[in-house]
Design a protein around this ligand. Structure first.
Ligand SMILES: C[S@@+](CC[C@H](N)C(=O)[O-])C[C@H]1O[C@@H](n2cnc3c(N)ncnc32)[C@H](O)[C@@H]1O
Length: 283
């Protein structure tokens, strides 16, 4: 497919950055003029441009990605754009999958990219839960529990300085045992349990998210990782059952394609066809 470039001005912005020349206002102005005819401000949507709406949505509630927008916002745009099964939706900054997940339930084919591997991992893993039979997650959790004490220790990013302060030695050992046990699973259960494991790291650490930053709080009450992981498994199991019931009459569930890529260069992205709609929230 021919290279698509959403914002050619970014290239210029990057060059300015590398030369330490700061002229973003000029570029911003140029972008605003260019897109002005198609821009529409709608302050009523303000409340939906936040992750808060996802806290009650099955599966999307499992992993907190504060940069996310909400399921309800994507639904609103799918409605406004009158998207149908014939459309092909693209999210160039797909984060934790809100656009693609919402597209699945319509059902709409969709493709998403994210530059951040963790974003792309969450985005490609969350839809997999829908293809897991009820009962499998609690069963796998029980197997993992029996393996943990003898498991090889999973890898940690020891070179990241916050790791040394975020967890007690005892907690780090326990978490590495759980990670080691999880990595022995086959796909897709390996990815699914890794996602649930990633979701418990913040509660098991001395850190708390404060806006875009992590704060250290040594007085924080730290739960037992086994208990909190079990709680996540229960939530995931309940969500699988809920969505299977809600979506039981769907003819099919299109599995979205998620790729690690940079929105400034779409030449590496594998599109099935030319996208007909974009729903996204840029960084
Ligand atoms: C505001 S978040 C999008 C959240 C998403 N709408 C959701 O609901 O989860 C922006 C995302 O853009 C990604 N990103 C930043 N620069 C990027 C780039 N150049 N190409 C692709 N993704 C990028 C970030 O990793 C982040 O996940």
């Amino acid at each position: 497919m021919k290279q698509l470039s959403l914002f050619p001005e970014w290239e210029e912005l990057e060059t300015l950055k590398t030369r330490n020349e700061v002229l973003p206002d000029r570029i911003r102005q140029r972008l605003e003029i260019k897109f002005n005819p198609v821009m529409q401000e709608d302050l009523r949507l303000g409340q939906l441009v936040s992750y808060a709406g996802n806290k009650s949505i099955p599966l999307l509630r499992l992993y907190r990605y504060k940069e996310a927008f909400s399921f309800q916002l994507v639904q609103e745009f799918i409605k406004r754009f009158n998207l149908t099964e014939k459309d092909y939706l693209f999210d160039p900054f797909c984060g934790m999958v809100t656009t693609l997940f919402t597209a699945m339930q319509h059902p709409l084919s969709a493709v998403g990219i994210d530059k951040l591997p963790i974003g792309a991992f969450i985005a490609s893993t969350l839809p997999l839960f829908l293809f897991i039979e009820p009962g499998i997650l609690p069963e796998t959790f029980a197997e993992l529990k029996s393996m943990v004490s003898g498991a090889e220790l999973g890898e940690v990013a020891g070179d990241v300085s916050i790791m040394k302060q975020a967890f007690s030695e005892e907690m780090l050992l326990l978490l590495r045992q759980w990670k080691g046990a999880i990595t022995t699973l086959e796909s897709p259960l390996k990815e699914i349990f890794l996602l649930l494991f990633l979701a418990i790291l913040e509660p098991c650490s001395y850190t708390t998210k404060d806006g875009q930053f992590l704060r250290l709080n040594k007085d924080k009450q730290i739960p037992n990782p086994e208990e909190i992981l079990q709680q996540k498994v229960k939530e995931a199991e309940a969500d699988i059952i809920t969505l299977r019931t809600l979506w039981k009459n769907k003819k099919y569930l299109p599995r979205p394609s998620v790729q690690i890529a940079d929105a400034r260069d779409l030449s590496t992205v594998n599109f099935e066809k030319q996208p007909t709609a974009i729903i996204t929230s840029p960084p």
